[in-house]
Design a protein around this ligand. Structure first.
Ligand SMILES: [Zn+2]
Length: 111
């Protein structure tokens, strides 16, 4: 298995030393398993706080529910069941009084 290129200088001469990958050209060392964590979606709430699975959030503006006249009122609490890698509606939430629905992260803030 070949090593990935150096994330700092794109060198292809990266080699592995135990759990670390080392770039001989710029001397950068990193843990490839930590780099993989960067693939998890970086979804931020209205305040720019990173949201993760299991976070409790509060709705910061009235949200119309698609295909219904129901509105999720500002201040409604929700539980983030899953953060998805999408452009909007990236939170799979369980919303108090409403149930499961997809919510856009910038319309909530971490409780
Ligand atoms: Zn390098």
């Amino acid at each position: 298995m070949s090593c990935p290129p150096c994330p700092k200088c794109s060198s292809e001469y990266v080699y592995q030393d135990q759990n670390q990958l080392i770039c001989p050209e710029c001397a950068y060392e990193w843990d490839p398993s930590a780099v993989e964590d960067d693939d998890t979606p970086q979804v931020k709430d209205a305040n720019g706080t990173l949201l993760v699975d299991g976070d409790k959030v509060t709705v910061v503006k009235d949200l119309k529910i698609k295909g219904s006249s129901q509105v999720i009122k500002i201040g409604t609490k929700a539980l983030v069941r899953r953060v998805l890698d999408k452009k909007d509606h990236e939170l799979d939430c369980k919303v108090d009084g409403v149930g499961e629905m997809m919510v856009t992260a910038k319309f909530v803030k971490k409780a």
